[in-house]
Design a protein. Structure first.
Length: 277
């Protein structure tokens, strides 16, 4: 009786085994393209990422747009919760994997994280280019699911609840990405930004810009959520390595920035303990 083989079902990848070793691939195909025979040396990183997610070769504007998205969000900086999480891991001597996991946890949520990008993608699917629908959704935003793993949203996704005005990097990113592709969600967002901000009662945030760009790339909400997490890891990685090298003595632990209410002051030293010291 022939041995039954187990197969993994995937449209993304296909392998042909080496003749002398069935556990090693001789040929690896991504959506029909020979990765090491055809793609390696002939495509950019952004083109390959697009191929992995969409299973088709990107148009020139699509690869350029994705490449610039990657630059814009590669390092959100130490103010960002995900980067700060990785920095905390680095200064504490955690492993490389632990530092990245420390970045992924806060970077996955609804406060400037990947789940917020998912939410904005859902809004684009529901509202598209209908300003009245955007007004309805943003004026009184409610989560689609009443029970989920994430805490309830406290602001309209895609907008900054702590911002006084739209930040310069957000505007620069929106303008540049719109210059690459000016016929879809990015262009609509750029034209109607002020009005949308009024609906949300908050300035536009980077998650709102990136979700519009992902919409123009025809990514699904789940694909956008996953890719946002991936593209922001470089900044977290390098900041964790830097803080690990610098050490905890140069790391800010509040200092004079933390004020206690009703601070009782220093506790008296036990005389017996003081004599022992």
């Amino acid at each position: 009786m022939p041995e039954k083989k187990e197969n993994i079902t995937t449209n993304i990848w296909h392998e042909v085994a080496e003749e002398d070793n069935p556990f090693v691939a001789k040929k690896s195909y991504c959506s029909g393209y020979d990765v090491y025979g055809d793609l390696l040396g002939n495509v950019t990183w952004a083109e390959y990422i697009y191929l992995l997610f969409k299973l088709e070769k990107p148009k020139p504007w699509q690869s350029k747009l994705l490449e610039n998205i990657a630059v814009a969000i590669a390092n959100p900086g130490p103010r960002d919760l995900s980067v700060r999480g990785a920095m905390n891991g680095g200064v504490g001597g955690s492993t490389a994997a632990s530092c990245l996991m420390a970045a992924l946890a806060p970077g996955a949520g609804k406060n400037g994280g990947a789940r917020e990008v998912y939410q904005v993608m859902r809004l684009w699917q529901q509202c598209q280019y209908d300003l009245s629908l955007w007004q309805q959704k943003l004026t009184d935003y409610e989560d689609e699911q009443t029970v989920e793993v994430w805490p309830a949203s406290e602001h309209s996704p895609g907008f900054d609840p702590y911002g006084a005005s739209c930040s310069t990097p957000v505007i620069q990113t929106l303008d540049h990405l719109t210059s690459i592709y000016s016929e879809g969600a990015l262009a609509y967002l750029s034209t109607n930004r002020t009005q949308l901000e009024q609906f949300a009662n908050c300035p536009l945030s980077m998650t709102g810009v990136i979700a519009a760009a992902f919409t123009d790339l025809d990514l699904s909400d789940e694909q956008a959520e996953m890719l946002f997490l991936l593209l922001r890891l470089p900044g977290a990685a390098v900041h964790s390595l830097e803080q690990k090298k610098l050490g905890w003595r140069k790391y800010p632990f509040f200092g004079d920035g933390l004020t206690l209410t009703n601070d009782p002051g220093s506790a008296p030293i036990n005389p017996t303990l003081q004599k022992a010291l």
